[in-house]
Design a protein around this ligand. Structure first.
Ligand code: SAM
Length: 235
């Protein structure tokens, strides 16, 4: 009987092409098919590394329909890789459904280590790294306030993904429940030319945002727990 294929979850750079690992390139060259969140976006990366493997799109809008066809290919023995536009597939990106479907079909799933925005942001933030919780994107409206209220009570460092045009609002909303002296960090444009960390109290970060003509780029926002916030002083 044909040996079933493997699903490889392959991280791609979050802004610096140099962050592609050797193993990621080898894997993308060796599989039968690369499922991309956006074939045009990933085309730039794949062409850069001379990866000529056939591609198909798998994004939030066609995921449900396509997953089964991809799983069938793997059952027939083909290896498939999944990549998102940037970072690790499945982390605030498509990937969960295909992973679940592959596991339900008793296929092997192999996640390669590699780029993601949350870990470098945490590591360089200056906030405690021993215990943390990844929240990703908060819901834009319904349930947002309730979630923030819960998260300010966390005893671990909380990591959020947020868009640049909403960061001021997020800080203001957190400040409502956490007070203005809570320590936090904005990690912006990681691995890119304008990489920047803004560290301080919520009040200081709100003032930094207000002083920008327009906040640009991609952002990870990190919040210290109340207890840790009282122990540390970020500079
Ligand atoms: N899969 C990605 C990962 O593993 O980090 C996350 C994809 S999610 C759609 C995009 C969000 O990740 C951005 O809005 C931002 O919050 C964060 N992000 C991605 N790249 C970043 C970067 N270079 N610097 C800071 N944050 C980044």
């Amino acid at each position: 009987m044909q040996k079933p294929g493997t699903l490889f979850l392959v991280p791609t750079p979050i802004g610096n092409l140099g962050d592609m690992t050797v193993r990621a390139v080898q894997t993308l060259k060796s599989v039968a098919l690369v499922a991309c969140e956006d074939t045009r976006t990933s085309g730039v990366l794949l062409n850069h590394y001379g990866i000529e493997t056939p591609r198909t799109s798998l994004h939030a809008h066609n995921e449900h329909g396509k997953v089964q066809r991809i799983v069938e290919k793997m059952i027939l023995g083909e290896d498939v890789a999944l990549i998102s536009d940037a970072g690790t597939p499945g982390i605030s990106d498509p990937g969960y459904l295909l992973t679940r479907a592959a596991l339900d079909a008793h296929l092997n799933v192999c996640a390669l280590p590699g780029a993601s925005a949350l870990i470098p942001a945490l590591a360089a933030s200056g906030l405690p790294t021993d215990k943390f919780v990844f929240e990703g994107f908060l819901p834009p409206k319904k349930g947002r306030q309730t979630r923030i209220k819960e998260l300010v009570e966390e005893d671990r460092t909380v990591i959020f993904y947020e868009s640049p045009h909403r960061i001021g609002k997020l800080i203001a909303q957190i400040m409502e429940f956490a007070g203005e002296d809570r320590q936090a960090v904005i990690a912006r444009e990681l691995s890119k030319i304008y990489e920047e960390y803004v560290r301080g109290t919520l009040k200081e970060l709100a003032a930094w945002v207000a002083a920008q003509p327009k906040v640009r780029g991609e952002i990870v926002f990190l919040l210290a727990s109340q207890k840790n916030s009282e122990r540390i002083k970020l500079v």
